[in-house]
Design a binder for this molecule. Structure first.
Ligand code: GRG
Length: 323
């Protein structure tokens, strides 16, 4: 059996992704949408949105868009080819710049969810990505509006990406972000807080709340390459397994890491009545489950012939990350 790529190159790639996502966001958010009613309302929302995007983060979701695209692009070993040359033509039509716009759209949806998740009416967290949460730095109204702005601009970026498959990608993004995905999972999570959960319920919550967007990022990457149903299904299965593993590792890091490492408070899930994998399964069984999900993703990578790609490195990174 061929060993999947070990993942040591993932952090350097994600650092490069961070640069292009931030530069795309700065350029995009500098432009005032025509529909925005007046500059008084626009500027606080834009500033809050930019503050949240520029605060950092691992940039996993945009990294997955680019890495999945590269895997479907005749197994291009290094998706930095896209970040280094935005004019690079893609096999399915469009250019690398369009792919970067779609990657940024996924980061926008993720960042909006973090802004809203931290609000006093939700998790009420004051620290995020190592900085005061957006509502702490910019006030609650601007944080709510900034999150909404990112959600809307995600679809505007997709629409304008020039990628021929952008309508299919917009559907993938919508399903990943909406009630059939992240919003639905958050609702399930909030409505059930302080009630005991079994493992099936945990999987249901996190398949929607966390895994849907990660899976969507992998699917969107191959869709941008004009992939057919078989490749799309491979991407979906890999993204689903990686996304479920990501949340388990997140829960484990809440137990084992410091706030400095994570850039957000740790050790707080239990006190908030959250249903987490370590609480339901214990630490050892949770780690074993995350490992087995990543192995499942590796099986999918190998079956697709993608074991030596950056996508494989990012899947490995999901398990080995320390923040
Ligand atoms: C109103 C019901 C309702 C929903 C609104 C707020 C919201 C939508 C959804 C919450 C989704 C959420 C915050 C899921 C958690 C996913 C997760 C584990 C995030 C951490 O991701 P990282 O570690 O963060 O990739 P960085 O900062 O590195 O980008």
């Amino acid at each position: 059996m061929v060993e999947p790529r070990a993942g040591a190159d993932a952090p350097a790639f994600l650092a490069r992704v961070a640069e292009v996502v931030e530069s795309t966001a700065r350029h995009d958010l500098a432009e005032r949408p025509d529909a925005w009613p007046d500059a008084v309302a626009w500027e606080p929302a834009r500033d809050a949105a930019l503050y949240a995007v520029e605060a950092g983060g691992k940039r996993l979701r945009p990294g997955l868009v680019l890495a999945a695209a590269a895997a479907a692009d005749a197994g291009l070993p290094d998706p930095a080819a896209y970040t280094d040359d935005p004019a690079r033509p893609l096999p399915g039509g469009g250019t690398a710049a369009g792919l970067i716009a779609i990657a940024t759209a996924f980061e926008y949806i993720h960042t909006y969810s973090l802004i809203h998740d931290d609000l006093p009416v939700m998790d009420n967290d004051a620290l995020r990505r190592g900085r005061p949460a957006t509502h702490v730095a910019h006030g609650v109204p601007a944080a709510v509006a900034g999150g909404a702005l990112l959600m809307v601009r995600a679809f505007a970026l997709t629409e304008r990406s020039g990628i021929p498959e952008r309508r299919a990608i917009a559907r993938t993004l919508r399903d990943a972000a909406g009630v059939r995905g992240m919003v639905g999972g958050q609702a399930l999570d909030i409505l059930g807080e302080h009630r005991p959960a079994d493992v099936d319920e945990l999987v249901r919550i996190h398949a929607h709340k966390t895994a849907a967007l990660i899976r969507g990022a992998v699917v969107a990457g191959v869709e941008a390459m004009g992939a057919g149903d078989t490749v799309r299904e491979s991407a979906r299965a890999i993204g689903e397994a990686a996304g479920l593993a990501f949340q388990i590792v997140d829960d484990l890091l809440d137990v084992s890491s410091t706030a400095e490492q994570m850039g957000k408070p740790t050790g707080v899930d239990a006190g908030k009545g959250k249903r987490t994998y370590p609480a339901v399964l214990g630490v050892e069984a949770s780690r074993a489950r995350a490992t087995s999900l990543v192995e499942r993703a590796f099986g999918g990578l190998q079956a697709a012939g993608w074991q030596d790609t950056m996508l494989a490195s990012l899947v490995q990174y999901v398990l080995c990350r320390v923040n």
